[in-house]
Ligand binder design. Structure first.
Ligand SMILES: Nc1nc2c(ncn2[C@@H]2O[C@H](COP(=O)(O)OP(=O)(O)O)[C@@H](O)[C@H]2O)c(=O)[nH]1
Ligand SMILES: Nc1ncnc2c1ncn2[C@@H]1O[C@H](COP(=O)(O)OP(=O)(O)O)[C@@H](O)[C@H]1O
Length: 382
């Protein structure tokens, strides 16, 4: 039966709101983090899954900036504070694959955002149940073969990898499709989206704007696939500083002359664009090889050999797709659930339902502004 639950969360919340007389609405839930009380609203209206903060020291209410993708509705939920920095929220009367959410209140991401904006900030992150394979960031100069290597991976392991489709302001090449190779967009639209917090990272590269939207990464995580990002060195640096916890691979050419040859042979750029890309390649090669930013440096001389090395780095072999994919069991969480916490496990007490459910957070990874991955959920007989 495991260890006894250490804490019955819902009882604590009830007694707390009585003591402080916070005048909560019917669907509001309050949770204390240090001297702040976070009131999470859940009337079910689209505008109501809001958050307000009562600061006990100043006696004031603050409406924070809310980042990340919020749950569609929060009509009925239980919550528990984790590590003093995020609130785990379990939606009642829901399917387990849609039920787990985190409201980050004091993680590194939140602290960085608070420093930037000098306001209160919180961020939503949806929990994803299942294996948390690390995303892969692939960088390298234009023409080195990043796209070729990524295509080989996606073709050989279509169930395993998903490509993070970036946004760019550059014009599409002849064979490029909008939404597949890139989301082609206008400069002012992309700038607005960056300002409103939709991007995980962005950079000006070869005279255009490129960026990874939070959604691009979330779509891949939601499909249960391992995300591949093809981004430049500046973008890799931003992702390194984010919560994505990726593996960073830098691809080099065997020589500068060979890089130039490949870039020309591809035939997708004008002479002026080729010259710009070659100039930038020098700086990129220097930074990529010397910054310590990358976990692995590959030389793409022979494409087959380079691809094998990449697969080794990712710990995959030919027969991996032959292995059956075991889907995560989906539980129906009832309306009368309550939570209790023991170490890194949350027991979801399912009231009269036959089976309780355990949410195991011990391999939790990632977090706002993207998904929180690596959660495990399994049944627990009463
Ligand atoms: N920071 C960042 N760089 C990107 C992104 N998408 C693509 N890039 C990089 O932008 C550069 C130019 O890409 P592209 O125009 O497709 O040319 P290519 O590298 O020659 O195929 C490459 O170094 C890409 O890795 C992104 O979302 N963010
Ligand atoms: N190892 C290699 N040897 C020879 N040509 C290569 C090799 N790897 C890639 N190429 C070719 O070089 C060109 C640039 O590769 P691409 O994958 O488009 O680079 P990137 O995505 O890094 O800009 C393509 O025409 C591709 O077929």
């Amino acid at each position: 039966m495991g260890e006894a639950p250490a804490l019955f969360i819902d009882d604590v919340q009830r007694s707390f709101s009585k003591v402080f007389d916070l005048k909560l609405n019917d669907f509001d839930t309050a949770i204390v983090v240090g001297h702040k009380t976070y009131v999470i609203g859940g009337t079910g209206e689209p505008t109501s899954s809001g958050v307000r903060i009562f600061n006990k020291l100043t006696g004031e209410w603050v409406i924070p900036t809310i980042l990340g993708t919020k749950p569609e509705s929060l009509k009925g939920f239980s919550c528990v504070l984790l590590n003093e920095d995020r609130i785990l929220i379990i939606k009642k009367n829901s399917k387990s694959n849609e039920s787990v959410w985190f409201l980050e209140v004091d993680t590194q991401f939140i602290r960085d955002q608070k420093n930037k904006s000098e306001t209160e900030v919180v961020a939503w992150s949806k929990g994803v149940i299942g294996n948390a394979e690390q995303p892969i960031v692939i960088s390298g100069p234009s023409g080195v073969g990043k796209g070729t290597l990524i295509n080989m991976l996606m073709k050989e392991f279509p169930m395993m990898f998903g490509f993070s489709v970036s946004h760019t302001t550059r014009a599409p090449r002849e064979k490029e499709q909008n939404g597949v190779h890139y989301h082609f967009t206008k400069h002012n639209v992309m700038e607005e989206d960056i300002t409103s917090g939709k991007f995980l990272e962005f950079a000006a590269v070869h005279g255009n704007l490129y960026g990874t939207s939070i959604e691009a990464v979330d779509v891949v995580a939601d499909a249960g696939k391992r995300c591949i990002l093809d981004i430049d060195v500046q973008g890799a640096r931003s992702v390194r500083a984010s919560s994505l916890e990726a593996i960073f691979v830098f691809v080099c050419p065997p020589s500068f002359e060979e890089l130039e040859k490949r870039l020309r042979a591809r035939g997708t750029e004008t002479e002026e664009q080729i010259q710009k890309r070659l100039r930038n390649a020098k700086a990129e090669l220097e930074q990529g090889q010397s910054s310590g930013l990358f976990d692995h440096i590959l030389v793409n001389d022979d494409i087959k050999a380079c691809y094998e090395q990449l697969k080794n780095i990712l710990g995959i072999s030919e027969n991996i797709n032959a292995a059956p994919i075991i889907a995560n069991k989906v539980f129906d969480l009832p309306v009368d659930l309550s939570l209790s916490k023991t170490d890194e496990k949350i027991l979801i007490n399912c009231g009269t339902a036959e089976q309780n459910v355990v949410l195991d957070l011990s391999s939790m990874k990632g977090g706002a502004p993207a998904r929180t991955r690596g959660l495990d959920m399994y049944g627990f007989d009463q």
